[in-house]
Design a protein around this ligand. Structure first.
Ligand code: TTP
Ligand code: MG
Length: 370
């Protein structure tokens, strides 16, 4: 059995601002595009929970957020502070938080700038014997929250469950400053009471479609035959069928070091300059290949990672029929995977790139069968 944690910081950008600028304490805060007295374009990155009381939320046009803030002033409520994003501070805070989390998880997977999955190992056999692992997990989650609060003066919400799906849903149910533990025997009841759009991946479109067919709660979804869901949504319908039952065996993916060799580079400044990016990619590919060669590792799979300015991270891999023999072939494969990130295929919004990584995967020592 697995015990998975999902840790998600509360109103992350706004909370970092509030923590660093004492005059912001307790005020409604919006981080995002310049509102330009209501004429601004662009969107809200995030809003503090005080600003959310005015109806302001992430991805809302900044002009609309401005109108809601003005309306609140008209009602005698506190004035909202609008701020531009300071990425450097957020990413440095994020890195320190991930470092704290690393102290607790056997495996940790950073899912975005302010969230991560952890898989914990129950080290103390006493807890196993008493079948009290979930109690232990709860106390561990409390410790994580306390340590982040003490060191960073920030709150987070933690979900604990038997897989990533349940952990993620659990972390969002009691925000902010929440802690929700869903034990395996509680999974179905936990899911059934929620609406279908609480399942990650069911967006407004599928939500509306399902509701038009009287499928409102996850309990309703569970009663829907699999073939119906597949007929409506294809493969995603099959996934929905499983999620409605709390089934998810997606691994917490970080610990790949034993089976692969890789390197990554974070740029001084986020960039979309193809010369800089391609040169960095080639340099990484040569270095990884040289490293693999030194260690007598053979591999067939080349993978690359791209992390954008907003920390969205994509990994793409390609497996060749034979092992990669020379660095030129390795570089060529890495480049083929990377080029779509320079155009609309993988990067339609032309987002700046923060980091790229190159990896040789499924590595085996020379002489081993494969
Ligand atoms: P979230 O974790 O989705 O939001 P949050 O931390 O602000 O609030 P919550 O308490 O609900 O978790 O995203 C983390 C950060 O990512 C957020 O602070 C700002 C940024 N972000 C955007 O820039 N645009 C977006 O549309 C979203 C959703 C987030
Ligand atoms: Mg968050």
């Amino acid at each position: 059995m697995r015990i998975i944690f999902h840790v998600d910081m509360d109103a992350f950008f706004a909370a970092v601002e509030e923590c660093e600028k004492s005059w912001l304490k307790g005020k409604p805060i919006v981080v995002g595009a310049d509102p330009k007295n209501g004429k601004g374009r662009g969107v809200v990155s995030t809003a503090s929970y005080k600003a959310r009381e005015y109806g302001i939320h992430s991805a809302m046009p900044i002009s609309q957020a401005w109108r809601l803030a003005e309306k609140a002033i008209g009602e005698g409520k506190p004035k909202t502070v609008f701020l531009g994003a300071s990425w450097k501070e957020y990413s440095e805070t994020s890195e320190r938080i991930m470092e704290i989390l690393r102290g607790y998880g056997e495996k940790i997977e950073q899912a975005s700038v302010d969230e991560a999955y952890l898989e914990i190992k129950i080290r103390n056999p006493k807890f196993e014997i008493r079948n009290n692992s979930w109690e232990y997990a709860k106390r561990l989650a409390e410790r994580i929250k306390k340590e982040i609060l003490r060191k960073e003066k920030l709150t987070c919400s933690v979900g604990v469950g038997p897989n990533k799906l349940i952990a993620k849903m659990a972390s969002s149910i009691e925000k902010p400053d929440g802690l929700t533990v869903v034990r395996p025997d509680e999974v179905q009841a936990f899911l059934d009471s929620q609406t279908v759009d609480a399942i990650p991946g069911i967006g407004p479109k599928s939500g509306i479609f399902l509701k038009s067919r009287r499928i409102k709660t996850i309990a309703d979804l569970r009663k829907t035959p699999k073939r119906k869901l597949v007929e409506w949504f294809g493969k995603w319908g099959g996934d929905m069928y499983e999620k409605a039952r709390g089934i998810d065996d997606d691994p917490v993916a970080e610990d790949r070091a034993a089976k692969s060799i890789g390197e990554q580079e974070t740029f001084e400044k986020d960039t979309f300059d193809s010369r800089i990016l391609i040169r960095a990619l080639q340099k990484l590919a040569r270095s990884v290949f040289a490293n693999a060669k030194d260690q007598n590792f053979l591999f067939k799979t080349v993978s690359i990672t791209v992390r954008f300015i907003d920390f969205e991270t994509k990994t793409r891999a390609h497996t060749l029929k034979t092992t990669v023999r020379d660095y030129k072939a390795f570089e060529r494969e890495a480049l083929k995977l990377f080029l779509p990130f320079l155009d609309r295929r993988e990067n339609p919004k032309k987002k700046l790139i923060r980091l790229i990584g190159v990896r040789a995967e499924h590595v085996q020592r020379q002489g081993e069968l494969f």
